[in-house]
Design a protein around this ligand. Structure first.
Ligand code: ATP
Length: 563
């Protein structure tokens, strides 16, 4: 039986080196010692994946952790200023537990200290729902903090928050596994993409190496979506794709992956969470209009008004977050599905077929009326016309796809390029200021940050209060107060968790923020519930936009169009 402490010691060692190779060696030494049933819990713990596929809703917030800490420290909690509250809540908890001996509340069975035991306790806590769940979660965290050492508690807290801060990413785990098994990294990556769950990949690798070589898409196990890089203009698209390109409207909706077999349907989001119950009309559509064959298809769901106009992304997210009262909302907000890819059909994996063949199959089996329109062209005038038309119809821009390209799960590459009408970055809210006037009851002026290149630190690139509705201000205020780290004057600094898609006109160099850049005329377009914290943009994208904005002709195209 492996103890939790051996996992936290491994975390400590991994954090203490910046060498990727060394991190891999330490991880592999640890993996070698594990029994079969410990492999998945260990990987999920070490990557902070307890919540499972980014389910913020079911998680334990920093607010719950602080209340639990208060319980554990009793009267000593009032001396909490002894430790500095930093962005690393785990360190803060460790410091306080070290300073004030916790009151023992209950004696643990020895097995609860095991890696597997802790994992199961946390899973149980995460799955708690309903009225009393907050109190119950608090009790669970309090008893863990009472019984673990301060150093174990530090890692426990950061595991719970999904941010271990040890510099270990999924990619490094893949590399470590490839090394351990003496396999090509591409083989491991591909298997991981198809399996869609790194803990499953490591488990299969360590228990049945051959199965990684033959990994296949499985129905009802979501696959990581293929992603697009950003193009600056149409010329870049033609240069990259060398030949005709397939242009599709970039719909402003939410991506879904639909798995169907023997009359049963499941729908997954871009983050691989299941949302079947939130989208009853898509299920009806699959039952009434789609083929009864086995398939996995992808598409974009958009919200449409009663008049049939496409509504902004926010309306859609309202639907995705609720499962109750669906009928009431669905009367107001209709959904429309536009399919754009097919990955599997009747026992056949299609991801290795070129895009043009996949599209033909999609149209053939599902009908042109259910598939997003496309233009195959190598003519730049026709492409520009298509782009302008898409913008006119209210779409975000265009998606350009290389007709000869295969579907590469989880990969952001140049075979799919997106060209948007407005510049946007996905930024993280790290702090907020109380508003004034009408907005005084809300934290409504947000400090927005990008990741540094190694994704270990967040760097502020701007501040804005523009773009959100009153309901959104209200919701964000509530969420931010739950994540509050410290408050100074009018500013509340928070644990980063909310990703917002932010539009802006230009990037300028600035000494105002340590990032060295500031966004001009920033406005929040959408709260990205479908993006994980680590998926926000990095300073690399900021620099790229800064460097290329002078050459940008996209703005020109847009201006000539709107003139
Ligand atoms: P964004 O924030 O721009 O939506 P993203 O990071 O979610 O991007 P990207 O791969 O960069 O994902 O952009 C592709 C996304 O655009 C898809 O995930 C999908 O949700 C959406 N989309 C809209 N229309 C299409 C289309 N025709 N083909 C593929 N994806 C589309």
């Amino acid at each position: 039986m492996t103890l939790f402490i051996s996992l936290t010691e491994t975390c400590q060692k991994i954090a203490s080196t910046s060498s990727r190779l060394e991190k891999m060696r330490i991880l592999n030494d640890f993996l070698r010692k594990l029994s079969r049933e410990e492999i998945k819990p260990a990987i999920n713990l070490i990557l902070g994946r307890i919540a499972g596929k980014g389910e913020i809703k079911t998680g334990i917030s920093s607010g719950i952790i602080l209340s639990a800490l208060k319980k554990v420290l009793g009267d000593n909690f009032k001396f909490r200023d002894k430790c500095k509250e930093s962005a690393d809540l785990g360190e803060y908890v460790e410091c306080l537990l070290k300073s004030f001996k916790p009151v023992k509340q209950q004696v643990f069975l020895e097995t609860t200290y095991s890696l597997k035991g802790i994992y199961e306790v946390l899973r149980k806590a995460f799955l708690l729902k309903g009225k009393k769940s907050k109190e119950k979660k608090e009790e669970i965290v309090a008893s863990l903090l009472t019984n673990l050492t301060p150093s174990e508690s530090k890692y426990l807290v950061n595991i719970i928050l999904g941010d271990l801060r040890i510099g270990l990413e999924e990619g490094t785990v893949e590399q470590a596994l490839a090394k351990l098994l003496n396999l090509n990294i591409e083989t491991v990556k591909r298997a991981n993409m198809l399996l869609g769950d790194i803990s499953e990949t490591v488990y299969l690798g360590l228990t049945d190496k051959k199965s990684l070589l033959t990994a296949k898409i499985q129905l009802f196990k979501p696959i990581k979506p293929m992603l697009a890089e950003t193009a600056e203009n149409l010329k870049e698209i033609f240069d990259e794709m060398h030949g005709p390109v397939s242009l599709e409207p970039k719909l402003d909706g939410a991506r879904v992956q639909i798995h169907h077999s023997k009359g049963k349907t499941k729908i997954f989001t871009r983050r691989l969470s299941e949302v079947t119950n939130s989208l009853p009309e898509i299920i009806t559509l699959t039952k009434q209009e789609f083929t009864s064959a086995d398939y996995i298809v992808e598409g974009e769901v958009v919200a449409v008004s009663r008049k049939g106009e496409i509504l902004p992304f926010n309306y859609l997210m309202r639907r995705f977050r609720r499962t109750k009262e669906i009928t009431e909302i669905s009367e107001k907000i209709k959904l429309k599905l536009f399919l754009f890819d097919i990955l599997y059909y009747q026992g056949k994996q299609l991801i290795d077929a070129p895009y043009e063949q996949r599209r033909e199959k999609l149209v053939g089996e599902f009908g042109r009326e259910n598939v997003v329109p496309a233009l195959l062209t190598k003519n730049d005038k026709k492409a520009e016309e298509f782009f302008l038309n898409c913008v006119k119809e209210g779409h975000e821009g265009v998606m350009a796809k290389n007709p000869k390209s295969i579907y590469e799960p989880g990969k952001r590459g140049k075979n799919w390029l997106k060209l948007k009408k407005t510049l946007t970055l996905d930024l993280v809210i790290v702090g907020a200021q109380w508003g004034y006037g009408r907005r005084r009851k809300w934290l409504s002026d947000y400090f927005l940050a990008v990741w540094n290149e190694s994704k270990t630190d967040l760097l502020i690139v701007g501040k804005t209060f523009k773009g959100l509705t009153d309901q959104e201000f209200e919701w964000i205020t509530k969420k931010l107060l739950e994540k509050k780290l410290r408050e100074k004057g009018y500013v509340v600094w928070v644990k980063p968790e909310i990703v917002v898609e932010t539009a802006f006109n230009e990037i300028q160099k600035s000494k105002l923020y340590p990032s060295g850049y500031v966004l001009r005329f920033a406005r929040i377009k959408n709260i990205r519930f479908d993006k994980e914290l680590k998926e926000a943009d990095t300073i690399k994208e900021v620099k790229k936009i800064f460097e290329t904005q002078k050459k940008r002709n996209l703005e020109k195209i847009w201006r000539s169009f709107s003139a």
